[in-house]
Design a protein around this ligand. Structure first.
Ligand SMILES: O=C(O)CCC(=O)C(=O)O
Ligand SMILES: [Fe+2]
Length: 359
């Protein structure tokens, strides 16, 4: 396993770039190499909450195929796509979401992107699919459009490859937390694995109208594995000095970011960093998050005490404070619940992130 890690650059305690980990996370390696990689992951989770990985094991051809069907799907007429509108079909999360369907940051007026979301599904359906049956809030069948041809197969091929990346990452996160490498294995038998394809139309207007690509939010599963389209800058992260730092797309990489659940598990030592995206490139942009978590019944108990030798160089700001900075408050006692910001909107957990409905 090769490991080339760029150091976490801290400017007055705030990050100003995202570390880059080059590592073959899947291949067997010496315990020393895995420990070294876990150490880098720990540093970046404490200080940034985001990192790039390469050599992740998802073949480029699979990504190219996904890109092709995303382009074909999102260019269908709106009325065709709306036949699978997620609020009218499936479990409520699965299916198509048109532009401005969500508004993740209550300070804004809407998120200018379309999406199509799925949960667990075997490529070759099983008669009794334990994972599907134990899929918590995501239980129930996925819905699939009849066009473009091959959509389901291409989508699911990438989905399962990303699930494998998630499993490998859980092992590294365990090491990064000074836990046995297999710590999460029995907690991730029916892992939450919610995947979405996103299309951001080009946005020429300013954000002053309150329309952004996706408003400032944190993800809420354990972590997200994000493919973002090379060549188009859109994703930004908020550092502790309230500066937006570009997550520049790097060809061949995936972006991994910590979500609220792993942040809470570590008592916010690992940070679930607020992020947003807006596409001002003049051409359409695609991204593919996989929101990855544990089985739905696993209790989240803080295991901070297991940390040894962590120098928590991150600022003291907790998830609660970050939420308050965004105009909301956060109920720390429960993982599966609501966030009630001052604007009178309710943020509801949907798929892998918060969605907002006016109450
Ligand atoms: O499109 C992106 O780059 C980010 C997407 C995102 O943050 C999300 O879907 O939760
Ligand atoms: Fe996100």
């Amino acid at each position: 396993m090769s490991l080339v890690a760029s150091a976490v650059a801290l400017n007055g305690g705030a990050f100003d770039s995202i570390p880059f980990l080059v590592s073959d996370i899947g291949n067997a390696s010496t315990p020393e190499q895995r420990t070294a990689l876990a150490h880098e992951i720990r540093n970046t989770c404490i200080n940034v909450g985001f990192f790039y990985i390469t050599e992740h094991g998802i073949p480029q051809e699979m990504i190219d195929n996904l890109f092709t069907i995303m382009e074909a799907y999102f260019s269908l007429p709106l009325e065709t796509k709306m036949k699978l509108y997620h609020k009218e079909v499936g479990s409520g999360f699965k299916g198509y979401a048109p532009a401005l369907d969500s508004n993740l940051d209550p300070m804004n007026r809407g998120d200018l992107h379309e999406g199509f979301e799925i949960g667990w599904e075997e490529l070759i359906p099983k008669e009794r699919d334990e994972k599907r049956a134990n899929d918590g809030a995501m239980a129930g069948a996925n819905v699939w459009p009849s066009e473009p041809a091959g959509f389901r197969e291409v989508y699911l091929n990438y989905y399962h490859a990303a699930v494998n990346v998630g499993r490998l990452l859980f092992r590294l996160f365990a090491l990064a937390l000074d836990l046995p490498e297999t710590y999460f294995d029995d907690k991730t038998k029916n892992s939450a694995a919610v995947m979405r394809i996103n299309y951001y139309p080009p946005q020429t207007g300013l954000e002053s109208g309150g329309i952004v690509g996706i408003g400032a939010h944190s993800d809420f599963q354990c972590f997200t594995i994000l493919w973002q389209q090379p060549g188009i800058q859109a994703l930004q992260l908020l550092n502790s000095q309230k500066q937006w730092i570009n997550a520049t797309p790097i060809p061949g990489t995936l972006v991994v970011n910590i979500g609220d659940q792993l942040a809470r598990w570590t008592n916010d030592i690992f940070r679930s960093t607020v992020h947003r995206a807006t596409n001002r490139s003049g051409v359409g942009r695609y991204s593919v998050p996989m929101f990855f978590g544990t089985d739905y019944h696993v209790p989240i108990e803080i295991f901070t005490l297991r940390f040894r030798g962590v120098t928590a160089t991150r600022e003291a700001g907790s998830l609660v404070r970050r939420r308050e900075a965004l105009g909301g408050s956060y109920d720390r006692r429960r993982v599966t619940d609501v966030c009630r910001p001052a604007t009178g909107k309710t943020l509801r957990r949907a798929g892998g992130r918060m969605s907002s409905t006016t109450t």
